[in-house]
Design a protein around this ligand. Structure first.
Ligand SMILES: Cc1cc2nc3c(=O)[nH]c(=O)nc-3n(C[C@H](O)[C@H](O)[C@H](O)COP(=O)(O)OP(=O)(O)OC[C@H]3O[C@@H](n4cnc5c(N)ncnc54)[C@H](O)[C@@H]3O)c2cc1C
Length: 300
């Protein structure tokens, strides 16, 4: 289907974009357009004015924060994340997850902000951003606010964004010493979307033998990324060995009621969540011990 006629504007500044978004209920930000244009073509939603934010310099940079974390502009593309020396130096996994999204054309256009603001439960970046403790920096004509990634994703295609608000950047805190991250996805069939994902961040004790602290996030078991606090508690203090991680992950998702759909039953997702969680935590331990600050099994 062809796109219906729609007004298109390309503001020069973030302030101008916020003015337009605040003054017109029918205006929507256009970032990479990879999802929004398809939504409009398929008449799933309609928009009066597309506000193209994709070329705003303020939204397109990656900077190191004073504490050694990252500030990533909302319109940074997956390809730019993948190739960024700053990202690779401190949060290797973010570049790697972005570099595994679909194909090069999608990676050239799709943005970290669009990936999050769409809140499509199959998207790759939300679970790893939650695991890394990222914070979403939002701005509107009337002010700014910071929302932890863990609170940003509200449901199926729903976020904490208020009308007229833009996600301007994402702050990713520095990785603590002796820490690493891991990411594992299961997709069945060529071109299939992920059925279950797990993202993990672990901090080891100084000797590297025990898990001091962990964050384990599951995706596709619910419509938003969810932490498995019970599994995190079992991992805390566990030996940093595959055997101990396997035991701690045996109960992953047991307290949850994973979604069921045509792609997989609730029970299948629960079982696969245990496997993905174990893989992600084992990778995170290896990353914490090695030079990499995060490793991943990639996949969609
Ligand atoms: C064939 C195909 C395969 C894909 N496969 C995958 C995949 O495997 N994994 C994956 O993660 N993604 C995948 N995607 C989705 C792709 O990653 C999209 O790029 C992403 O969902 C949206 O990012 P975007 O920059 O294109 O945003 P857009 O499509 O421009 O916008 C998406 C939504 O977010 C809003 N928005 C965008 N930026 C902001 C902002 N800064 N502030 C407020 N609101 C904003 C828009 O108004 C719109 O509602 C695929 C897309 C296609 C077309």
């Amino acid at each position: 289907m062809l796109l219906e006629q729609v007004e298109y504007v390309r503001p020069e500044t973030v302030g101008d974009a916020l003015e337009i978004l605040a003054s017109d209920d029918g205006a929507a930000p256009l970032a990479g357009g990879q999802s929004l244009v398809n939504v409009l073509k398929n008449r799933v939603a309609s928009v009066d004015v597309l506000v193209d934010i994709s070329r705003l310099a303020e939204l397109s940079s990656i900077a190191r924060t004073a504490d050694g974390g990252l500030s990533i502009g909302a319109c940074v593309t997956y390809d730019a994340l993948d190739r960024s020396p700053e990202v690779r130096a401190s949060h290797w996994i973010l570049g790697d997850v972005a570099g595994h999204i679909e194909d090069q054309q999608i990676r050239n256009k799709g943005t970290i902000g669009g990936n999050c603001c769409l809140s499509d439960p199959t998207n790759n970046l939300p679970p790893i951003l939650v695991a890394l403790g990222a914070v979403m920096e939002l701005r509107s004509r009337s002010g700014e606010r910071s929302v932890p990634a863990a609170d940003f994703f509200k449901g199926y295609f729903a976020t904490a964004l208020e009308p007229g608000e833009l996600l301007v950047s994402i702050t990713v805190p520095p990785m603590p010493e002796h820490s690493g991250a891991g990411y594992a996805s299961l997709a069945v069939g060529a071109d299939a979307k992920a059925l279950v994902r797990a993202a993990a961040r672990v901090t080891l004790d100084e000797g590297g033998t025990t898990i001091a602290e962990s964050c384990l996030v599951l995706a596709r078991v619910a419509h938003v990324p969810v932490r498995d606090a019970e599994a995190e508690a079992r991992l805390s203090g566990a030996d940093a060995t595959e055997e101990a991680v396997r035991a701690a992950c045996a109960g992953v998702a047991d307290g949850m009621q994973p979604i069921a759909d045509v792609h997989g039953s609730s029970e299948y997702r629960r079982q696969m969540a245990k496997v993905m969680a174990r893989r992600a935590v084992v990778q995170a331990i290896a990353a914490a011990r090695g030079s990499r600050n995060g490793s991943t099994a990639g996949g969609k």
